[in-house]
Each structure stands twice: as C-alpha cells, then as structure tokens.
Write a new protein. Structure first.
Length: 744
C-alpha cells in the first residue's frame, strides 16, 4: 500500500490543532529563583532570625550594629554564590542536552519516506516502523504486522502481536492493561521486536500514555543528604541554644533575686529595676544563642561546593546541582549504563571468519564476498539514506550494512534481476532471518550460529571451494570470540525453497562475523587498572595459602624426623650408649622447638586466611545478588535503605569471567591486605629462626636431661650426665635416612 502522508501545510495545521509531540522538560532555572531558594535553608533562617534580634537589641543599646550587618552580608554572599553556581550548571546542562542527538523516526510525508525527529511527529502522520524501532507516538497500526515489546509501559517483556486495523478503528481513550495487548493499538515507548508496518498517529506529546506517565512523575525532588544533615544540625543548634538561653536567663534572674535577699525584697525595688534586670537576662540569653550558631558554615559550604563543581567540570563531569557533589559521597548504589559509557555506543563488525574458523579479509575472497553481500544486503531492514547514514533495522543490521558499505548497497538496490521473491524477518523465537532470490536459486540465511550450524554440513573456504565442516573447530573459535565480548552471527545459503519458520537441511556456511560495541580507549586504561588490583588481591590470597602449605609440609617432615630420633634415642639407651643417646636427645628438643614455632605461626596465619577467604566469598555472593539487584527500581533501593554499593549494567559485563572477577575485587583494602601478608611473613621469618636464645638453650638442655633420665629409668640404664654435651646448634647433621643407616 502506497502512503502519501501529510504535506507541509497539513503538518503545521495538525501541530496547531493537536500540539507538539515533545514532552516538555522542566523550566530553566533563573537567578532570582535560585537566590530565593537559598533562604529556605534552615541554617540561613536561623542566621536571619539572629540578625533581626540583634538589630532590635542595637536600638535598645545592648548590641553593636556591625554584628547583624556582618551576618546579613554573609547570608547575601551565600545566596549570590549558590544562585550563580546553580544557574551556570543548569545552563551547561541544557546546552549539553540540546547538542545531544535526538531520537528519530521514518515517516511518509509529501509522498516520500523521510527521517524526522520524534518531537516533530504530529497527529495524522504515517510512521514507518521496522524491527528495532521505538514507537514515537500513540496510534493504530494501519498496515503490516508487528511484534512489539511493551515492557517500558506495563513491565511485560513478552512479544505482543499487532495486525493492521480496518478503517474507522479508534484508539481507546481509557487505557487499561488490556489495551496494551490488543490487536491494533501502539503506544509511545514500546519497541518493535519483529515485522514492518505503518502507524497512524492519533495522540502526541503529553496526551500519549508515556506523556501522562511523565507528568505523574513530575514530583518535587527529595532533599539532598547535605540539606538533611544541615537541617538536623540547625535543629540541634536551635534546641541547644533555646534550652541554654532559657536556663541561663532563669539562673541570671534568680541571681538578682537572691542578691536582694529574697523575692519580696527584690520586687519591692520597683518596676524600673525589675524590667532592667529582665532585659539583661534576655540579652545574655540572646548572646548564648548567637554564640551557638556558626555564621560562617553556610558560606564555607557554598564556596566548597562551587569550587568542587568547577573542578568536576575540568574533568568533563557536569554537576547540574551543586549538592550532587556531596550526595555522591553518600551513595550506596550507583545505577550506570555500560553502553556508550565504557563503550563507544555503536556496534561494528571487527572480524570475519570462514567455516574452518580462520580469520580472513573478505575483500580478497571474490565468491565468498559476493554471496555475503547478498546474504546481508538482500536480507536486512537497514538502508542508506540520502545523507549517507544507515537507517532502519536494529543495531546489528546497521553494523552489517556499514560492513558491506554504501556502494555495495546501492549496487544491490539497483540490481533488479536479483530481487527478493520471499523473505522472513528476524525474531527472537527463530533467531534467524531468511530471503529467497529465485534468479540465483538460493535461499539466504542470517542468524545465530547454533541455529544455522545445526543444519550445515558444508562451508566455503577463502577461495570459495566447498568443503566438509568440522563443527568442533568452529565451536571453539566461536567460544573464543564470545570470550572477547563479541556477538557472533552466521551466514549461509540453501538450494531449496524458503520455508517459513524453518531452516533447510542443506545449509552451506558462507562465513561468520564478530560484532562488538568496542571499548573506549580511556575505558581500557581504567579496566586495566582494576585488573591489576584484582591480580594483587589474588596474589595476596595465594601467598597466604602457599605459605600455609609450605609450613605444613615442613611440620610433617619435622614430626616424621621426631619419631625417628625418639626411636634411635630409645635404642641407644637400651644398648647402654648414653653419650650418643644424649646427642639424639638434644636433637629431639631442637625439633620440638621448631615444631612449636611453626605451629604458633600457623595459628596466627589461620585467622588471616579465613579473613581473606571471607572477603572473596562475600564478593562472590555479592556478584550473585547484583544480577537480581540490577532489576530493582530506584524507589525499591530507597525502601531497602541501601546506599553503599556500586551497581552497573551487569547483564553484559558478566559474559566473560575476567570482567566478572574484576567487578568483585575492586576494593582499596586489597593493597592493605597484601601489605599485611608481607608483614606477617616477615614476622614469621624472624619468629621461626632456627637459633635458640641462651635461656631457650638452658631450658632445652634441662628437658633433654629429664628425657634421658626417664628412658634410663624405663630400661634400667644410667644416663651419662657428666659426658661431654653436643650443645644446641642448628642444623645438626645426623646420619641420612637411607638403607643400612642407624635411623632406619
């Protein structure tokens, strides 16, 4: 069906009658509004109240005029600085917003399809919708068939089928849950999953469902953490000042009464003296209140926030509200978007490989390139417009169109002989799209590798030669590309006719491409820094465990040697050779000393290992929870009171283990933990020295003598205590444990 669309005059008439499709932003901040807002601060209110009271006291001769004037000047400076900073930040924000690329759509106007901003859509426009497009306004589908995602409106991510409506079908005025899933209605904000169709626009701007939701969300912003803290401080100061002032005034007035000898004597002085004393007591109370208020605090806060805002701007960070600087320090959960922040924000083909898993330059593969051009150019919803930009289709289609280039697309577009006779678009259920070209005698496929490879037995090598496929080799290559955060698409053809929702069983693989939203250069440096921190933290835990294993092995060796030494010593005592038995007895004490040293170190090392292990287990648990938390709304986070974790777009970042790890181990404590381990190992090296102190040698000698005496008493021998002693020096060279030795 051919649609002429509206002409320029009809567009203006429709805009005048039904309004614009733009959803208005908040009004620009003015200097006067920001200036007045400063006086709503609780601390400023207290300062102004104090200044007013001091002025009254000045007229009664109880205060100096420079005190209230100084307070007023400080308040005016705070208001001026805050207003200037707020207006400057808001202006920068609006300039940045105006320079950002606006959402666009394709409409039929003046008999041709043209691309316009979504804000320029009017009632009566005929909008061309294709897979991946966001619906720009509310209306009725009048041509084609679509599958749409209404999750932005009703939270349901399931595909909703839409078919063309008959003439006269009207858009419902009262929108309910059933209206979203009816057969013909389309709403702004929904995304087209699959298909192609024409939307007849019936409602625009604030009259759309999305516009009404935006109006409902225009609520007053909650107070910043800084404002909440200052309000609390102001309340505490007020409470302290008022209570202190009342107590001081009462005590001061009581002093006057007591100094006159009692209540009767005091009130007999006359009204003039009593009033004078009351004024003195009140004056003292006011002084107490004034002293309790930090006049310079608001000015200091304003100056610091203004300075920090300027510094952030130097780092290309625009702070719209100065309080946002302090608010950022109170965050527990930061919602971030990976796409366009860490990455460039646009997909591009970065690698092409043949069915044998080899990466090749497709420009040098004649037959393969021709078939690939047909598989992409004749099986897509993207196109180049008159300004040489790729429009239509989803982000993947656009990346593939850029890959083959505009010249190839124009050539295929002009080639009427190889026109598409039948086609089926891509959808999330089939995971492939197909197009039949009768003049070529082939059905071309584009889709997920697992879908096409399941029916493929042949592939084309770089020279265009047909070869048998080794799926194991190709699967390994696909896994390798996936580990590099690439999205892999396969292309193939069949000699058989197109069958809807089915892949023919004689598929020949033309090739595969790796598509990726590549990381920004500056983001690479940040990721490498995080990776280095992870490596240090991992080394720390490994060194803990390695040290523990090393000490444990040494303990096992010492315990084994201890058994051999005790057996030999016992044997020598039984044979009456007490002199040699004394040497082995000394060695026994030295081994016991070493064992006690190493066991003590293990006891110190165990809690440190448990602590490090607990940290890693906690992060592992946190990673499992993050995917769930990423689906929570900001309001749910507020209700839970979580304000100290960093949360990003994990659904894509968790795809490879490297980013999965580095997300979990970013903590400043990793470096401290590594230093702690180094220190612990140094302490261990000093504590487990094999040299005994003099006192330890004497104690070991006494224990050795006692051990020999117990053996002698057991076997009826006499210890040679007067025999020359070997002393305690390590290491002691004993006969090696081998066949025929005395230790066996």
């Amino acid at each position: 069906m051919k649609f002429q669309g509206l002409n320029d005059r009809e567009v203006e008439d429709s805009r005048q009658k039904y309004g614009s499709n733009a959803i208005p932003d908040s009004e620009p901040t003015t200097f006067w509004e920001e200036f007045k807002e400063t006086f709503g601060d609780p601390m400023i209110k207290i300062l102004l109240a104090i200044a007013a009271l001091m002025i009254v006291m000045f007229f009664f001769g109880y205060a100096e005029i420079y005190e209230p004037l100084g307070t007023i000047v400080a308040v005016l400076i705070v208001a001026f600085v805050s207003a200037k900073t707020g207006v400057a930040s808001d202006t920068k924000y609006r300039e940045l917003k105006d320079s950002a690329k606006k959402d666009q759509c394709k409409v039929h106007r003046n008999g041709i399809v043209t691309v316009i901003d979504v804000d320029d859509v009017v009632v009566g426009d005929k909008v061309l919708l294709q897979s991946g497009d966001k619906i720009p306004a509310d209306g009725i589908l009048v041509s084609g068939a679509l599958a749409v995602d209404n999750s932005a409106l009703n939270g349901e991510a399931e595909e909703c089928k839409k078919t063309a409506a008959d003439e006269g079908v009207q858009l419902a005025e009262d929108i309910t849950g059933d209206t979203f899933v009816d057969k013909h209605s389309l709403f702004r904000g929904a995304v087209v999953f699959d298909g192609e169709g024409i939307l007849d626009v019936r409602k625009v701007g604030l009259k759309t469902m999305m516009g009404k939701m935006a109006e409902e969300m225009q609520e007053d912003e909650p107070d910043s953490p800084l404002k909440v803290k200052l309000a609390k401080l102001a309340k505490q100061i007020s409470t302290f000042g008022y209570i202190g002032a009342i107590v001081i005034a009462v005590l001061y007035f009581g002093y006057f009464i007591l100094s006159q000898g009692g209540v009767s004597a005091y009130f007999s002085q006359g009204a003039e003296q009593i009033i004078k004393d009351i004024v003195n007591a009140v004056s003292l109370a006011v002084v107490i209140i004034v002293c309790a208020v930090p006049e310079g605090l608001p000015l200091m806060i304003s100056l610091v926030l203004m300075q920090n805002t300027s510094k952030m701007l130097d780092h290309n960070v625009l702070v719209r509200k100065a309080e946002g600087i302090e608010t950022a320090g109170s965050l527990n959960i930061l919602f971030s978007d990976k796409t366009g922040t860490i990455t460039k924000g646009s997909l591009e083909v970065v690698e092409f490989l043949t069915g044998d898993g080899k990466t090749v330059n497709v420009a040098g593969c004649g037959k393969v390139k021709d078939l690939l051009n047909l598989a992409i150019g004749k099986n897509t919803q993207s196109m180049f417009d008159s300004s040489h930009k790729v429009i239509g289709g989803n982000a993947t289609d656009q990346a593939l169109m850029k890959f083959i280039g505009e010249e190839t697309f124009r050539t295929l577009e002009a080639d009427k002989e190889r026109s598409v006779s039948r086609s089926q678009g891509f959808n999330s259920t089939n995971k492939f799209s197909q197009a039949r070209i009768d003049s070529v005698g082939k059905t071309f496929y584009k889709g997920a590798p697992e879908r096409l490879l399941a029916f493929a037995g042949k592939y084309l090598d770089g020279n265009g030669t047909l070869r048998d496929m080794d799926k194991a080799v190709l699967d390994k290559k696909i896994d390798e590309l996936a580990s590099k955060a690439m999205r892999v698409l396969a292309f193939g053809y069949s000699e058989k006719e197109l069958v809807e929702n089915k892949i023919n069983e004689d598929i020949v693989i033309i090739g595969l491409v790796g598509i990726r939203d590549d990381v920004r250069p500056e983001a690479r440096e940040a990721i490498e820094e995080v990776q280095n921190r992870y490596n240090k933290a991992g080394d720390t835990l490994n060194r803990f465990r390695g040290e523990q294993a090393s000490v444990q092995r040494e303990l096992n060796r010492l315990r084994s040697e201890l058994q051999d030494v005790e057996k030999k010593c016992e044997s020598l005592v039984r044979s009456g050779n007490m002199a040699d038995a004394a040497i082995y007895s000394n060695r026994r004490e030295e081994i016991l000393f070493e064992i006690s040293q190493k066991e003590g170190y293990l006891r110190e090392l165990d809690p440190m290992i448990r602590e490090a292990q607990t940290v890693y287990e906690a992060y592992d648990k946190k990673l499992r929870e993050l995917k769930k938390q990423s689906r929570m709304t900001v309001e749910e986070m507020k209700l839970r009171g979580n304000m100290k974790d960093l949360l990003g777009d994990l659904d894509e970042l968790r795809r490879d283990s490297a980013t999965d790890k580095l997300l979990g181990v970013v903590r400043d404590g990793a470096e401290d933990l590594r230093k702690e381990v180094d220190g612990a190992i140094l302490v261990h090296a000093s504590r487990t020295s094999t040299k005994m102190s003099t006192a330890e040698k004497h104690a070991a000698q006494a224990q050795s003598d006692a051990y020999l005496q117990s053996l002698a008493a057991k076997y009826g021998g006499q210890p040679a205590l007067s025999a020359p002693r070997a002393g305690f020096t390590l290491p002691l060279n004993l006969p090696s444990k081998k066949k025929g030795s005395n230790l066996s």
